[in-house]
Design a protein around this ligand. Structure first.
Ligand code: NAD
Ligand code: LMR
Length: 340
């Protein structure tokens, strides 16, 4: 139960203060946009993660309250809130992992690319600060459109001379979370044991779930079922945007997904072997410079970008169809960063 999980966290927190090696090395995680719809539940989940020793919560406003609230939870992480640009440096200093859910979310009728004009500038300024205050941190980019914000971040870091392609990640974990849930429901298998890789990017048809590689395999799904599952995964974000009817996009499932991915990064940094997650990273597995696929995480971030494996004809077709859109979104991000 959640209660017992929280109690376990509490127990390990008190023992880790006495035996600090129990929870591994000191690790600082910063969340930028921590007072937002994703930021707040993500702050909660990171406070429950025993791998975190320091949790820095940054936003333009509201973070002192979020930090005070979360800080009363009896787990290992020491929490501090930072509000306003003049406190951004302090929030970032010494960070091992920086998670970025800062920016505006969609409303019904919008595409993720419609967020570009506002979010590109936000991401650019936050990444400029990262290159100054914690140039070695692993960056988890959540702000949309991910297909463009990750290339923007790479250009900002290149300009600053701090780019390490192993440490920049577009968070696509929510696509995997959705694919697992929808597949388990359709295939009628227990969701806890399900795995589905999702490759490509993070918008519409650029999201390509590989149900042919889903485990456990199911013989009961027709081609039509697979098409419907693919479409639902690609439109999962829109499903939530429409249900929220103007009150934003996925926040709770995204916080869960963001916490899973940040935890995987921390495990990699700590030397845990065989940590594999899908993520949108610099890549040479296709002709596109950035691409989401399975990635093995290690002490320096990306240890290996894994290949696509064998695809069904339907997936091959989806792969070719997504490339022009993904390419254009990547180029749009690069152009913005070079010209601004
Ligand atoms: P929100 O509006 O609830 O919260 C965003 C927060 O960012 C706000 O608190 C705001 O003050 C803050 N912010 C704005 N400018 C900032 C700046 N310069 N520095 C620091 N903080 C700043 O939005 P949300 O629902 O939390 O969504 C945030 C972003 O995440 C959106 O762009 C959304 O599209 C994206 N998102 C991505 C995924 C994904 O799978 N990658 C999933 C869901 C949402
Ligand atoms: C999602 O997939 O839920 C996010 O990218 C938010 C959105 O705009 O759909």
């Amino acid at each position: 139960s959640l209660e017992s999980a929280i109690r376990r966290g509490g127990a390990s927190a008190s023992s880790c203060r006495r035996f600090s090696s129990d929870s591994g090395p000191e690790r600082k995680v910063a969340i930028l946009g921590a007072a937002g719809g994703i930021g707040q539940p993500l702050a909660l989940l990171m406070k429950l993660n025993p791998l975190v020793s320091t949790l820095a919560l940054y936003d333009i406003a509201g973070t002192p309250g979020v930090a005070a609230d979360v800080s009363h939870i009896n787990t290992r992480a020491e929490v501090a809130g930072y509000a306003g640009e003049e406190q951004l440096g302090k929030a970032l200093e010494g960070s091992d992992v920086v998670v970025i859910p800062a920016g505006v979310p969609r409303k019904p009728g919008m595409t993720r690319d419609d967020l570009f004009n506002i979010n590109a500038g936000i991401v650019k300024s936050l990444c400029t600060a990262i290159s100054k205050y914690c140039p070695n941190a692993v960056v988890n980019m959540i702000s949309n459109p991910v297909n463009s914000t990750v290339p923007i971040a790479s250009e900002v870091f290149k300009k600053a001379g701090t780019y390490d392609e192993r440490k920049l990640f577009g968070v696509t974990t929510l696509d995997v979370v959705r694919a697992k849930t929808f597949y388990a429901g359709k295939a009628k298998v227990p969701v806890a044991g399900v795995n589905v890789p999702v490759v490509g990017g993070h918008a519409g048809i650029t999201i390509l779930p590989l149900f042919s590689q889903a485990t456990p395999a199911s013989n009961d799904l027709s081609d039509e079922d697979i098409k419907a599952l693919t479409k639902r995964t690609q439109e999962g974000g829109t499903e939530v945007v429409e249900a929220k009817a103007g009150k934003g996009s996925a926040t709770l499932s995204m916080a869960y997904a963001g916490a899973i991915f940040a935890d995987a990064c921390l495990k990699g940094l700590n030397g845990v072997p065989d940590v594999v997650e899908c993520s949108f990273v610099q890549s040479s597995i296709t002709e596109l410079p950035f691409f989401a696929s399975k990635v093995r995480l290690g002490k320096n971030g990306v240890e290996e970008v894994l290949g696509l494996g064998s695809l069904s004809d339907y997936e091959e077709e989806g792969l070719e169809k997504l490339k022009p859109e993904l390419k254009a979104s990547i180029e749009k991000g690069i152009k913005f960063a070079r010209e601004n």
